[in-house]
Design a protein. Structure first.
Ligand code: ADP
Ligand code: MG
Length: 290
């Protein structure tokens, strides 16, 4: 599958699509899917801005974001400090390159790193327009990028999610074909319908990426049908990720899939197709919203 381009941006001033990677359930592969999509986007020649909204900072570590070495400087150089009270475009102040050796990644992937202090943002919930702080911090900055990915924590109703969704055009939902994950994905769809008017009236779910699929398992076949039933077939990525050693290693060893000698190239090729599907879905969903 070829990489389709995003729709042309009039005068090249329109911001790149902002894609939040979400599921209410933890451990379903949100950050792993984000990592695979981000490296695929870079391989396709796209300039990628990564916003790590999860206080765990897993994506920041896995992309080897070049954060300050001294731990006491890391909070001030992170998204947590920007989101306290951001000036317009302030995220620029903390952006760092991806630390992978290959310039395909290090020159095209830029990261707004997370810090544990993102947890403290909960205290600002309810302050006027506090959920619009990421949107404000990104203003103007995203013109230099083709796509923005926002990796979300496994919440549904948290302030961090309100902040992430207010700055997003679309959500992509990694989901395991298991009961709790499918219900968690369903709750995300329901909340988008219910609350988008307060966050971003055009917010839409672009679709679901099935992860850790075991096609011979009867229960996975059943849960796959449940996933299709959420919003129909075209809403689910036809490329389904299996349990892969390279997926485990991209997290554990903080490396791109293609650096893995086991099934890394096959996994990266799958992500190329998932990224192509995602760009098409985003175009469809954003055109429908317009
Ligand atoms: N398809 C997969 N094959 C093997 N390991 C996977 C796969 N998807 C996720 N993992 C592993 O499962 C763990 C949880 O995944 P992660 O992406 O961190 O989930 P989340 O961000 O949803 O909490 C990580 O160790 C990750 O490497
Ligand atoms: Mg995660």
């Amino acid at each position: 599958m070829a990489i389709p381009e995003y729709p042309p941006r009039p005068g090249d001033r329109q911001p790149a699509p902002h894609v939040a990677i979400c599921n209410h359930k933890g451990g379903v592969g949100k950050t792993g899917t984000a990592q695979g999509l981000i490296t695929s986007a870079a391989e396709a020649g796209h300039r990628v801005l990564v916003v790590d909204m999860d206080a765990q900072g897993n994506l920041t570590r896995r992309l080897r974001a070049r954060v300050p070495e001294a731990p006491e400087q890391r909070a001030a150089a992170s998204l947590a400090s920007v989101l306290q009270r951001p000036a317009l475009g302030e995220i620029e102040r903390i952006l760092v390159p991806c630390g992978y050796d290959d310039p395909v990644y290090s020159e095209r992937i830029t990261i707004a790193p997370a810090h544990l202090e993102l947890e403290l943002l909960s205290h600002t919930a309810g302050l006027a327009a506090s959920e619009k702080r990421l949107l404000r911090a990104l203003q103007g900055v995203t013109e230099d990028f083709d796509v923005v990915f926002i990796d979300c924590p496994p919440n549904l109703l948290s302030h961090q999610i309100d902040i992430a969704w207010s700055a997003s055009d679309v959500l992509v939902l990694p989901c395991e074909p298991e009961y709790d994950a499918v219900e968690a994905a369903r709750r995300i769809h329901e909340r988008v319908e219910r609350d988008r008017h307060t966050l971003n009236p055009d917010l839409a779910v672009a679709g679901i990426v099935v992860n850790r699929y075991r096609p011979n398992l009867k229960i996975h076949q059943k849960r796959e049908k449940d996933i299709y039933a959420i919003r129909g077939d075209e809403h689910v990525c036809p490329v389904k990720l299996h349990e892969l050693v390279s997926m485990k290693n991209q997290a554990e060893l903080a490396q791109p899939l293609r650096a893995d000698g086991t099934d890394g190239n096959a996994a990266a090729d799958q992500f190329r197709d998932i990224y192509a599907w995602m760009t098409k879905r985003i175009t469809t969903v954003m055109e429908n919203a317009a």
